[in-house]
Structure formats: structure tokens, C-alpha cells
Design a protein around this ligand. Structure first.
Ligand code: MGD
Ligand code: MGD
Ligand code: MO
Length: 671
């Protein structure tokens, strides 16, 4: 991102035209980063709560007294019989920078022995799924896409969530590639594709197994690749026999002809690119779904060619020195709390996992009061009068409303950082372009000062941000070879030390224990999971829970609105206006059955909770599925609620991830 500064004020942000992947444009939200940065409602001073918990009433205080109070409260907890485990840090994706996201903060919490946070809320199910099949969450290079002859956008809303991929897709299409979206919703992305396959939510593993059935039936597998680079082909062949197109059709709701045609086109293509993304794995069987899809290119040998293979993420290629940054070695053995079970952690005496109750919560880079599942439980917990809550923020979010102390944090325009990517292979340096607004400080500096206040005086608590960047780059070895603070300063970004084209598994080289693509996974067997690809029904799959489905027959998908970045940007006026108000998209068949007309105010509900929305009725969604573009702040909704009122704290099959879209609801007219 290029920032134009005039007289010390940022006036414009733009994409870098020289960047090989982002190619000179920004997404709809980040385009508004200047507007967001200078908004009137920025938190610019330390604030202290004056009203009741959750009221969002604060008075201005000084850094000195805010830090003194936090240090005293946290040190009291450390020296109490509960100990430091009663302190829970809570952070996620506000910034994903190595410095402002996971450096000084971790050092502090590790050093005092706070509870560990298992950061599962986005990607863990799929990450483990990739590890089981190919060894790491690293896949095909998206810059190879122009050489693809078939592109499957599988469980991803590319034009919203990953728009920089699109020009590569268009290039391939100009050369004749077909593009297929597999998504229960005919998203704006699906609408631009050659074909939309409106699959039932949570059934993708079955579809992939059906494709294998077709592929084996036609004898189109790449026998040489399979022999050299996979294990478990015989077991897989047996398993696949159970997934005839007819059975797969019953599970997935995809017509038999479509399954057969998809399987055949995949098998006959030379370099199919499967862009699987995180939307797909927010169901009980999310790990297995990704693991199963990741088997496909080994069966066809597409890994051999540019544009062929699967990509969930590129993140595993970024080998930053996290040990040096975060110092996990400093932590005594402590308990771990899963971030998606925050509701439980705050409302049970032993945090749901044993040990002391959570007595202090330190939130940064996250808005759990909007984004965490089972929002009613989360808010009940955050409202506890005996819970001491510190929030580092740009704005007074739903979470900030519950803070005892609210601290002003800097934005990307105001601080240093170094970033990985989870969609491409370039390391990015974030240089500050303006001075911090008001009294805002970088997260790193806030934790540095807090550590000093708490009496922690090890030298590592004095490392400045540029030192932290250098530490993140380690010895600039391996994939980071040639990537130093100095080389990053030249252009702002440097490609990882990977060949071009980068073909990670062209000659095998899988990083699994066997060194092969593990069609059969001994590790999964050891974990008590099915070692072979299989369809795992969602928790709330109507056939599995008929009584529940009778009351709540619709599956709610609450994936991001085009204008929002999770819950970030919701308070940016121009974007919120474009997003209208909380909406709920229904298929005409479902709407009619319920007497719901376009524009009607509806209530979406289940046993966990409810939120209201305005109905949109369109054909572009599978019957039985509803879509609530998210993630609204409660405070911007008429009823103070959002979609996470209805989601559950259950965990995926692998990685303890969330099941946001594995969620049965009913929709009715709001009186
Ligand atoms: N504008 C915008 N961009 C973003 C974000 C944002 O909030 N806003 N968030 C960023 C983050 S943190 C992430 S993790 C990524 C996420 O980006 P994506 O991986 O694209 O994930 P989602 O948007 O959650 O879901 C994508 C699609 O999956 C579909 N889907 C849901 N369930 C299933 C299923 O069972 N099977 C199939 N085949 N499809 C299903 C949904 O209908 C949705 O259209 O985007 C990043 N980019
Ligand atoms: N129902 C439903 N729930 C979901 C999802 C969904 O699709 N549906 N998506 C899930 C996914 S994929 C993710 S990744 C999570 C994301 O959940 P979060 O990680 O909580 O992400 P955001 O909602 O973007 O909130 C991040 C907050 O960090 C703040 N922030 C940004 N930069 C900084 C900084 O430098 N310092 C500090 N102190 N604060 C900063 C922003 O102002 C913002 O309020 O939500 C999950 N929740
Ligand atoms: Mo995410």
C-alpha cells in the first residue's frame, strides 16, 4: 500500500503498481483506510470506565495512571492464590503484523505465566487438514494460475475476500480456462464464474470423494505420480467405492450429472487450480474436507505443472523466527484456553478447562464481543463486574464498551511492522507514514511500557520495533534468504526465496512423516480420526438431527459482507452505508413458505439466540440456506444483536476451530 502524505497528513492510499501480486489496487475496505484513520470517533487517549460494565461510558485519563492501574491489577492477580493463569490475553487478526500482532505482547504474557490462548478462530481446521495430507499449510503458487486450464473456487468468495487473485483468474480464462465456484451461495464471485455449483453446506468432502469416484472410474489417474509420491492408494480406492455419484448427490444436493461432469473435467484437465479457502472449513468436518480436497491433485499429478494443485494458504512458507519474537520458552507450563470458547471461559469457575477463573482479560487486535461464537455467552462473561478488562483499540467497538481501561492503539499508517501473507509469497514491510494521532501508541510500545510498570526488566522488553523486525527475519536464511530490513526498505516488499514458477510438490517433497502425499494418514489414525478421506456430517445436519431440523430447518451462513473486514470497517460511514443494514438473504421458496417479502423485518433465531435483519429474497442461494452478510457490531443494529448470537462454541474435527456456518436457524417475521 502506497501512502501519500501532505504536510504530515495522509491524504491517499493506493495499491503498489509494481507489486507482482496486488498489482496496483486495494480492496473496497482498505481503500477507505485514510477515512478510517482520521475518523472523529478514533480512540486517541487512554480512557477509564465510569458507567456500569458494558455501558461504554469512559473518562479520559493519562497513560501514567492507566498503566499504573493495569500493572497493579495484574500483579495482584499474579501474587494471589489464583496466580497469573487467571489472566487471559485475547488477540487475533486486527493486525496480522509480526510486531504488532505477536511479539512484545507474547513475551509479557509468557514471562508472567498467563493462560495461553489457542488462536483457532479462523484457520486451524483447514491448516491441520493440509498438514495431514501434504505436510504443511502451503500449496500451489497463485501466480501460476494463468497456466491453469480449470479453476475451482471452492468455498471462497474471491471477489470479496481475496480480490487480488481475480486478475490471475481472468488471465487463465482468456486463455480458455473454465472457472467454477462451489458455494451454497451464488456470491458475487460465483456470479462471475462460468458455473456455480450450489452445494449443501458442510458436504464438500463428499463431493471431492465423488470426483475421485469418477476419476478412478475413467482410469484417468496419474499412475506414475501416485506410485512415486503417495501412500495409501489401495485403501483410498476402496474407500472411494462408497461414494458413487448417486450417494454423493444425496449428501451434497448436487445433481449426479454435475458430479460426473465435474469429476471428468477435473480428471481431463492438465493443470487444475483448486483455490480452497477458509469459508469451507467452518463446519464440524472442516479439517477432513480440506484434507480430502488436498488429495485430488496428487491423483491427477497436477502438482507437476504451473497452475496445478491446491492452495489453502501460503502462510507456512513464511519462516519468521517466532521463537525469538514471542519467547514461548519463558512460559511455565500453563493451561490453554480456546479462543472460540471465550463465552465458556468467562462464565465458568474453572474457565471450562480447569484452574482458576479468568479474572483479567487483555484484548488487542480483536473484537470478541462481535466476532466470537455464542455471543450471548460472551457478553454475559464480559459483563461480570469482577472481571478486569483492558482493551487496546482504534475505536470504541462492542468489546471496548466492556473495558475497564481502554487504550488508544496506532494504525498501520502510524507504526512499524513486517507481514506475511496467506495468499501470496511476498514479505511486506510496513513503514510508518505519519506520526501517531493523539496519544495513540503501537501495541508493542504499550506492552513494553506495561512490562516495565509490572517490574519486568529483562532486556528483551526494551527491544524497539525495528529490532523486532530484524529478529523476525532471523538470519535471513532459507526462504527468507535475501530478505533483510534493508532490502525490505528499498521497495517495501520482497518475494520469498522460492523459484518461479514455484511448484512445491512437483517431485514429491511432501513434508509429512512419510515424505509422501498421505492419502492414508497414520497420524490421523493415532489421533482417533478416520485415517482415510471421508464425509463427516455437520453437527447440525438435518438428517443427523431431525428433531432440531424440524424446529430450525435453515442453515445460516454468516460470512463477511463485501464492505467489512470481519468486524473492522463497520464503523466507517461510507462502507456501512454501502452495506445497508443487517440483511438476510433467502431463496424465494423459503421466503414464500414463511410469508416473507423483500424488505420485511425478520428475526433469525435458534436456541442459542436471535438477531433481526431485513429480508432479501433472491434465487442466488440454495434453498434451505440463508445468508447474513457479517460481522455487524451489535451497536449498529436496531436490536443490538448480530449473527454470532446464533453460532455455537462447538469445535471442528481437527484443530479445535469454530463451526460458524454449521448452524441451524429458523427465520420468521419480526412481529
Ligand atoms: N472483504 C473481506 N475480505 C476478507 C475478510 C473479510 O471479512 N472481508 N476476511 C479475511 C479473513 S480473516 C479470511 S479468513 C478470509 C476468508 O475468506 P473466505 O475463505 O473466502 O471465507 P468466507 O468469506 O468465510 O467464506 C467464503 C464462502 O464460503 C462459502 N461456504 C460456507 N460454507 C460452505 C461449505 O460448506 N462449502 C462450500 N463449498 N462453501 C461454503 C460461503 O457461502 C462464502 O461465500 O477472507 C479475508 N478477506
Ligand atoms: N459469524 C462469523 N464470525 C466470524 C467470522 C465469520 O465469517 N462469521 N469470521 C471469523 C474470522 S475468519 C476471523 S479471522 C475472526 C476475526 O476476528 P478479529 O480478529 O476480532 O477481527 P476484527 O473483527 O477485524 O477486529 C479486529 C479489531 O482489531 C482492531 N485493530 C486493528 N489493528 C490494530 C492494532 O494495530 N492494534 C490494536 N490494538 N487493535 C487493532 C480493529 O480496530 C478491530 O476492532 O472473526 C471470526 N468470526
Ligand atoms: Mo479469518
Amino acid at each position: 500500500m502506497l501512502v501519500t502524505v501532505e504536510s504530515g497528513r495522509a491524504v491517499r492510499v493506493a495499491g503498489d503498481p509494481d507489486h507482482p501480486f496486488t498489482r496496483g489496487f486495494l480492496c473496497a475496505k482498505v481503500n477507505r483506510y485514510v477515512e478510517r484513520t482520521y475518523q472523529q470517533d478514533r480512540v486517541l487517549h487512554p480512557m477509564r470506565r465510569v458507567g456500569p460494565k458494558g455501558s461504554g461510558r469512559f473518562e479520559r485519563t493519562t497513560w501514567d495512571s492507566a498503566l499504573a492501574e493495569i500493572a497493579e491489577r495484574l500483579n495482584d492477580i499474579r501474587s494471589s492464590s489464583d496466580g497469573a493463569q487467571a489472566i487471559l490475553p485475547y488477540s487475533y487478526a486486527g493486525t496480522m503484523g509480526m510486531v504488532q500482532g505477536s511479539s512484545m505482547d507474547r513475551r509479557l504474557f509468557h514471562r508472567i505465566g498467563a493462560s495461553m490462548l489457542d488462536r483457532t478462530i479462523c484457520s486451524m481446521a483447514g491448516t491441520i487438514g493440509m498438514r495431514m495430507t501434504v505436510g504443511a499449510n502451503a500449496g500451489a503458487d497463485p501466480e501460476g494460475i494463468p497456466s491453469s486450464d480449470l479453476i475451482l473456487l471452492w468455498g471462497t468468495n474471491t471477489l470479496t475476500a481475496n480480490p487480488h487473485l481475480w486478475p490471475f483468474v481472468l488471465e487463465a480464462r482468456e486463455r480458455g480456462a473454465k472457472v467454477i465456484a462451489i458455494d451454497p451461495i451464488r456470491t458475487r464471485t460465483a456470479a462471475q464464474c462460468d458455473e456455480w455449483i450450489g452445494i449443501r453446506p458442510g458436504t464438500d468432502a463428499a463431493l471431492a470423494l465423488g470426483m475421485m469416484h469418477v476419476l478412478f472410474g475413467l482410469g484417468l489417474e496419474d499412475a506414475a505420480y501416485i506410485r512415486a509420491h503417495t501412500i495409501g492408494i489401495d485403501q483410498l480406492r476402496n474407500r472411494v467405492k462408497e461414494y458413487s455419484p448417486e450417494r454423493v448427490s444425496t449428501i451434497t444436493g448436487v445433481p449426479v450429472e454435475t458430479i460426473v461432469s465435474l469429476g471428468e473435467r477435473y480428471a481431463r484437465s492438465k493443470a487444475a487450480f483448486i483455490r480452497v479457502n477458509y469459508g469451507l472449513q467452518r463446519h464440524r468436518g472442516g479439517g477432513m474436507a480440506v484434507r480430502t480436497i488436498a488429495c485430488l491433485p496428487a491423483l491427477t499429478g497436477h502438482w507437476r505443472r504451473a497452475g496445478g494443485g491446491v492452495q489453502l494458504s501460503s502462510s507456512a512458507n513464511f519462516t519468521f523466527d517466532k521463537r525469538a519474537l514471542e519467547r514461548p520458552d519463558l512460559s511455565p507450563p500453563v493451561r490453554t484456553i480456546n479462543m472460540i470458547r471465550l463465552g465458556e471461559a468467562l462464565t465458568t469457575r474453572d474457565a471450562g478447562v480447569g484452574g482458576p477463573p479468568v479474572r483479567a482479560l487483555v484484548v488487542y487486535n480483536s473484537n470478541p464481543a462481535a466476532v466470537a461464537p455464542d455471543r450471548n455467552a460472551v457478553l454475559r462473561g464480559m459483563a461480570r463486574e469482577d472481571l478486569f478488562t483492558v482493551v487496546l483499540e482504534h475505536f470504541q467497538t462492542d468489546t471496548a464498551d466492556y473495558a475497564d481501561i481502554l487504550l488508544p492503539a496506532t494504525t498501520q499508517l502510524e507504526h512499524w511492522d513486517v507481514h506475511l501473507s496467506y495468499g501470496h509469497h511476498y514479505v511486506t514491510l510496513n513503514q510508518p507514514s505519519i506520526e501517531p494521532l493523539g496519544e495513540a501508541l503501537p501495541n508493542s510500545e504499550i506492552f513494553r511500557r506495561l512490562a516495565a510498570r509490572m517490574g519486568l526488566d529483562e532486556p528483551m522488553f526494551r527491544d524497539d520495533d525495528v529490532t523486532l523486525i530484524r529478529q523476525a527475519l532471523g538470519g535471513s536464511r532459507g526462504r527468507l534468504e535475501g530478505i533483510t530490513f534493508e532490502t525490505l526498505c528499498e521497495k517495501g516488499w520482497v518475494r520469498l526465496n522460492l523459484p518461479k514458477p514455484y511448484l512445491p510438490y512437483a517431485d514429491g517433497g511432501f513434508t509429512t512423516p512419510s515424505g509422501k502425499c498421505e492419502l492414508y494418514s497414520q497420524r490421523m489414525a493415532d489421533m482417533g480420526l478416520d485415517p482415510l478421506p471421508a464425509f463427516t456430517p455437520p453437527y447440525e445436519f438435518p438428517e443427523e438431527v431431525p428433531a432440531l431440523a424440524e424446529r430450525y430447518p435453515l442453515t445460516l451462513i454468516s460470512s463477511p459482507a463485501h464492505q467489512f473486514l470481519n468486524s473492522t470497517f463497520v464503523n466507517v460511514e461510507s462502507l456501512r452505508r454501502a452495506a445497508n443494514e443487517p440483511e438476510c438473504l433467502l431463496h424465494p421458496v423459503d421466503a414464500e413458505r414463511r410469508g416473507i417479502a423483500v424488505g420485511a423485518r425478520v428475526v433469525v433465531h435458534n436456541d442459542r439466540g436471535a438477531f433481526t435483519a431485513v429480508a432479501r429474497v433472491e434465487e442466488g442461494i440454495r434453498p434451505g440456506v440463508v445468508w447474513a452478510p457479517s460481522i455487524w457490531w451489535g451497536k449498529f443494529a436496531a436490536d443490538g444483536a448480530n449473527a454470532n448470537q446464533t453460532t455455537s462454541q462447538r469445535e471442528t474435527d481437527m484443530g479445535h476451530g469454530p463451526v460458524f456456518y454449521d448452524n441451524l436457524v429458523e427465520v420468521g417475521l419480526a412481529d
